[in-house]
Write a protein that binds this ligand. Structure first.
Ligand code: KG4
Ligand code: ZN
Length: 338
């Protein structure tokens, strides 16, 4: 019997049906990109209202594509942390209602752990133990993952997440939301060495932390120094390409260096990478080169599993197999617990 996984942590309403072998029987993602585009970022109130409208049709679609009915479900998994409070609540409430009605187990999952578990779903075999890098819109974290249920946080960002930096820099450059894909496109004709942007902590191997706010400010000052007026005309396209390419190179350099330092510290033989920013092609290429050089086995989530989706909830099978599930008092926890 498969489980139904529900994902509403940020701005994607998603449901997936996954069997005990980790096979994905269906995966539906209703994106809200169009709703948030004109604000240049996710508006929490709009996100939670949109989840409310979409959650039931998305669940229905996931069940029907998998060719099953509610009565065929073994459990319901829901990402209950971290995320936007109002968004998380919609998924958690839907999951609880189904579990009460069907009298089946409720399994809360950590969305970030799920992002890494996507690597295992894609590989179709065990990818643990590993070093895990999660690079998303809300988080940039390095984990020492001993098992799918034992993640030790090695370090995270002390300010902006990598994806957030992509989104904010895109907005400075006048590029559309979400910023990651539009910056990547804009880099095509850009020179990554045109601007020498900061790479925080890159030479501090004992500090497995990230900081992207200084980089964002450096891009801002490259466009207009403090005290000078912000340009009223759109920026020159060559300047945008050079700024985008130099910014992206700085982010990629830092992410790759921190993975290298985490691998050296833990002597881990595998690296798994997930989250929206893991869709970035230059990042994927640089991680591949580094892993080949170090002889480390690399698993980067496939593109369709990088950005938010409910297949991440496949990690719930690990909890069920360990005899774990949650009471109906399961809370939505917006902050990162570990
Ligand atoms: O994992 P995700 O879908 O949502 C969160 O859990 O936050 O990640 C979304 C983030 C956004 O900031 C988006 O700009 C970024 O991932 N992103 C990318 C790319 N595609 C998405 N960043 C860089 N390059 C990309 N190709
Ligand atoms: Zn995510």
């Amino acid at each position: 019997m498969p489980l139904l996984a529900i994902e509403t942590t940020c701005d994607e309403t998603a449901a997936a049906v996954i069997d005990a072998e980790g096979r994905v029987l269906s995966s539906i993602v209703a994106t809200q990109e169009k709703l948030h585009e004109r604000f240049g970022g996710v508006v929490p109130e709009i996100a939670s209202r949109a989840h409310l409208e979409r959650i039931l049709p998305v669940i229905d679609e996931a069940l029907s594509r998998a060719g099953i009915t509610l009565a065929d479900l073994k459990a319901v998994a829901v990402a209950n942390t971290p995320g936007l409070a109002g968004s998380l609540l919609v998924g958690v409430a839907a999951a609880k209602a189904l579990c009460v009605a069907l009298d089946i187990p409720l399994v809360g999952v950590n969305h970030l752990h799920g992002h890494l578990y996507a690597c295992q779903v894609a590989a179709g075999r065990d990818v643990f133990p590993c070093i895990g890098l999660i690079v998303s819109g809300g988080h940039t974290s390095l984990y020492d993952c001993r098992t799918p249920l034992d993640f030790k946080l090695l370090g995270g960002t002390i300010d902006d997440a990598a994806g957030e930096a992509f989104d904010k820099v895109a907005s400075l450059l006048g590029l559309p939301f979400p910023g990651g894909p539009s910056i990547e496109r804009a880099t095509a004709s850009g020179n990554p060495r045109a601007f020498s942007f900061p790479r925080s902590f890159i030479h501090e191997p004992d500090r497995l932390e990230f900081s992207f706010s200084g980089l964002k400010t450096a891009v801002r000052y490259a466009i207009a120094m403090p005290g000078t007026p912000w340009p009223t005309e759109p920026l020159d396209s060559k300047l945008v390409a050079d700024l985008a390419a130099s910014f992206q190179a700085a982010v990629v350099d830092v992410l790759v260096a921190k993975c290298r330092q985490a691998l050296a510290r833990t002597k881990a033989a595998r690296l798994c990478v997930g989250g929206g920013v893991a869709a970035n092609k230059p990042l994927r290429e640089c991680l591949t080169r580094m892993s080949e050089e170090l002889g480390v086995e690399l698993h980067i989530a496939p593109l369709e599993l990088c950005t938010d989706n409910a297949v991440l909830g496949a990690i719930a099978w690990e909890r069920l197999r360990a005899g774990e599930s949650d009471p109906l008092t399961l809370d939505a926890l917006p902050g990162l617990i570990r």
